[in-house]
Every structure is written in C-alpha cells, then in structure tokens.
Write a protein that binds this ligand. Structure first.
Ligand code: ADP
Ligand code: VHF
Length: 256
C-alpha cells in the first residue's frame, strides 16, 4: 500500500460546541506515523468547518446560508489547528476544496490531479473539504463520505479509511439493537442496504451509515477497499494501518 485517503467526520472533530482538540491530536499523531514511519502518502478529507465556525459565531444552523457562512469562518480555523499540530511532526499542510461537480469536469479533475502529485511528491499533507460556500447540496446532505470516495478514486489511492463515530458496520443499527454484530469483512452491499435512506422513518437513524455504504459501494465497484473504524478510539486503526493487524473495524472489499 502506498497512498491512503483518511476521512474524519464532524462528530469526531467536535464536542459540546467546541473543536475536540484531543481527538485531533490523536488523529494527527496517527497520520504523522503513517507518513514519517511507514512512508505512506496520506490525503486527509476533514469535515468540521461548520462546527469550527460555530465556536466563533452562533448563527442558526437550520438555515443553509448560515451553515455556509459558518463553514467560511470555520475552515481557516480548522486548518490553523491542523497546521499547528502537523508542524510539530515536520509536516506541511495544504488545503484543497472541491464540490462534486468538479469531478464531472475532466479539465478540473486533471488540474487537481497535477497539483496533488506535486504536493505528495513533496511530502505535503493535502487536507480536503467540500467547498461549502457553493456546495449547497453537499452541505444539506452532509456528504463528505462520498467526497472522500471520489478523492480516493480520482487521486489513485490504494484505500479509503473512514474514521467515524461508530467503530464499524453492524448487521443492524447498534444504537437501537444491543445484539448487533460488527461485520469485519463486507464483500458486497445489497440494494436494500443502499436504499435505507429512502425510508423516511429510518432516515434519521441510518442516514449516517448509508452515506458510508454508498462510498464503499462506489469504491468496491472500482476495486478500491474501504476501512471503517472508530475516530474516537484509534486503537483498531493503529492495529490495522500501522501493524497490519485487522483486529476490528470493517473492511469493504469486493470478491475477486
Ligand atoms: N448498521 C449500522 N452500523 C453502524 N452504524 C449504524 C448502522 N445503522 C445506523 N448506524 C448509525 O450511523 C452512525 C454513523 O454515521 P454518522 O454519525 O453520520 O458518522 P460520522 O459523523 O462519523 O460521519 C452510527 O453512529 C449509528 O448511529
Ligand atoms: N463540509 C462540512 C461537513 C459535512 C459533513 O459531511 O460532515 P460529516 O457527515 O460529519 O462528515 C463541514 O466541514 O462542516
């Protein structure tokens, strides 16, 4: 494995209306280890701009334009925090902002690919987010999981790692069912699983996991594995990514 995309969500990066800086520290240490010791190329897809903006200005988050304004305030705050921490590991950060449309344009994709190669050749850490100010749909659906899948595909990554508020994919929602079982390996995703969000009743409970399943499905069809693990406790991610031990967390990988 050479090139890895790591995606971290808002739930991991924020807590009680503040940035969860200890969790950010832990994430930064993991990425620094992967880059500096394992010699991997890492691309970070980070949510958290809206949450970071809200620490400075309490706008009503139910209004989409307010969320976009919060993202405009929060994105540089987020980057400031990453930059400070990565500097301690001698890692320089770069920022790249995309909307889904960008990957529909060959020219824009090619431009971004050229820049990405230059950054990675120079051992820079690209930090990617949606360009929330113009990405209305993405903001409403909170869909950085699929952005991360596109990033993994278009920038030729060997794997996407999603660090979430859940430690893997279960056979049913673990917040509702105490007997839910974590699935360590998923070889295929059914249409029913991908359709879950269309059921109004389950939208709230499963919305979060469905975007991850869609990201996994997109990548499985393109032969790129995805690993879903906890962003709160990085033990399983360390075991797998640093030591090569798949003790827990879910690997989505299509049958060959
Ligand atoms: N089968 C399932 N396996 C795991 N999580 C599930 C499942 N069904 C529903 N969920 C819910 O999806 C959530 C993960 O999505 P989300 O909160 O959006 O994560 P993030 O903020 O990391 O992007 C879990 O915390 C859980 O409440
Ligand atoms: N782009 C937005 C977040 C959108 C998002 O997808 O959040 P999440 O579902 O937690 O990954 C932001 O940076 O606040």
């Amino acid at each position: 494995m050479k090139r890895l995309v790591i995606k971290v969500g808002t739930a991991v990066l924020t807590q009680d209306g503040q940035l969860a800086l200890e969790r950010m520290d832990n994430l930064v240490s993991l990425i620094a280890k992967l880059k500096n010791e394992k010699n991997l190329e890492v691309i970070l897809v980070s949510s958290g701009a809206v949450g970071a903006g809200y620490t400075s200005l309490k706008l009503d988050k139910k209004i989409v334009a307010n969320k976009q304004a919060l993202a405009a305030i929060g994105q540089p705050l987020l980057l400031k925090n990453y930059k400070k921490r990565f500097k301690e590991h001698n890692i320089t950060c770069a920022q790249m902002l995309f909307i889904a449309d960008d990957f529909d344009s060959r020219k824009r994709t090619k431009n971004a690919q050229n820049v990405m190669e230059i950054l990675l050749e120079n051992k820079i850490l690209p930090i990617i987010n949606e360009n929330d100010v113009i990405a209305t749909d993405e903001l409403v659906f909170g869909d950085n999981d699929q952005l991360a899948a596109h990033v993994a595909y278009y920038f030729n990554a060997d794997m996407l790692v999603i660090l979430s508020d859940i430690d893997g994919y279960y056979n049913k929602n673990p917040r509702e069912f105490s007997d839910a079982v974590l699935q360590k390996n998923v070889l295929e995703i059914s249409d029913d699983e991908l359709e879950m969000k269309h059921s109004a009743n389950s939208e709230f409970a499963t919305g979060g996991i469905v975007t991850k399943l869609k990201a996994a499905d997109f990548l499985m069809k393109r032969d790129i594995p995805m690993y879903l693990s906890s962003g709160f406790d990085l033990t399983n991610a360390y075991d797998f990514l640093v030591d090569g031990n798949h003790k827990s967390g879910t690997i989505f990988q299509a049958k060959k």
